[in-house]
Design a protein around this ligand. Sequence first.
Ligand SMILES: [Zn+2]
Ligand SMILES: [Zn+2]
Length: 244
Amino acid sequence: MLTYTIEYCVIFVLLLVTAYVVPAGLFHYFFFTRCSTATEAMRIQKRRPSSQDIRREIRQSVSALLLFSAYCLIVYHAARNGATALYFEFAQRPWWWAAAGFAALVVLHDIYFYTTHRLMHLPPLFKTVHAGHHRSLTPTPWSILSFQPLETISQFGFFALVIFFVPLHPATLLAYLLFDGLVNAAGHCGHEFVAPASQQHRLLKYLNAVTHHDLHHTRFRYNFGQYFNILDRLFGTFLDRPAA
Ligand SMILES: [Zn+2]
Ligand SMILES: [Zn+2]
């Protein structure tokens, strides 16, 4: 029992740092601690988040991580027993496998996120699953994991699927968690730092800018995608507001 408790604590701290404190802290530092006239000009909404909003986002995010850590402990033991698709020696696969695995995670996660996110917005599910995240009308980087328990299960369900079906090295998974956290923190930082030229570029315009997810927090019915807005464009849920 003591071993499980220690393992759980190690996993929780690892996730807290990698998936939350580092990404959210970095964007908080750049846009809220070191705010200047330049960062003020990038601010998307006039409304400012209150310290009460931020405290709620942190509380909900830490609760989500406590639940996710329990799930990771189960996965850790499944991996030790060889029940997952994870591999542990880099030499077991070609050199490009880790990069391909990372790219596959980005694409698969975007599809999973769009689909589950749209489902969560259906009236019978919204209140019990996703309304907690939308309490942040003016999101801050600390809201990236601010989920109700049912949303936590859905959000982290993606990792449950890939761990058992996609052969990945744990380092690829950890690097992806950090990348995902950074992109998510960018999407919730409330400041548009993506240059207008990139937002209008014929290929780069398919990547979400900060404004897109920020608009999702105020308009609810648009911009469900995580990294790309291709599915939003295809299914008529894309709302763009290019920087002037
Ligand atoms: Zn959000
Ligand atoms: Zn939503």
